[in-house]
Design a binder for this molecule. Structure first.
Ligand code: ZN
Length: 109
């Protein structure tokens, strides 16, 4: 079982994106409502613990770089990259003495 491979993680990004993008409107992009649902259902702790993702409204404006009022997969991938980087930073910040990593943004701590 590839439960923790990069390959399966990349597929999950695509699957999660489409789980919400296909709800309404452009089936290959997230509108505001779909984006909000994705963030609240898939990553509530990340939103709560992240300084970068706190304000969903301004996050949406920021990510929508082509200004079409939808988040396409390319724009979504930029957000994922930002989340991964902030999570990794947090893991270092939260590392207990003698350890390389502590908890990231994924849960309450
Ligand atoms: Zn590290």
């Amino acid at each position: 079982m590839e439960t923790c491979s990069l390959k399966s993680s990349l597929k999950i990004f695509v699957d999660v994106f489409h789980k919400y993008s296909k709800i309404s409107g452009n089936l290959d992009a997230l509108n505001r409502r779909e984006m909000k649902q994705l963030l609240n259902k898939e990553m509530p702790h990340f939103i709560k613990n992240s300084k970068d993702l706190k304000d969903v409204q301004s996050l949406f404006e920021e990510l929508d770089t082509n200004l079409d009022s939808d988040i396409d997969f390319k724009e979504f991938a930029v957000m994922i990259a930002r989340v991964v980087m902030e999570t990794h930073e947090k893991m270092h910040e939260n590392a207990p003495p003698g350890k390389h990593h502590g908890p990231g943004l994924e849960g309450p701590h």
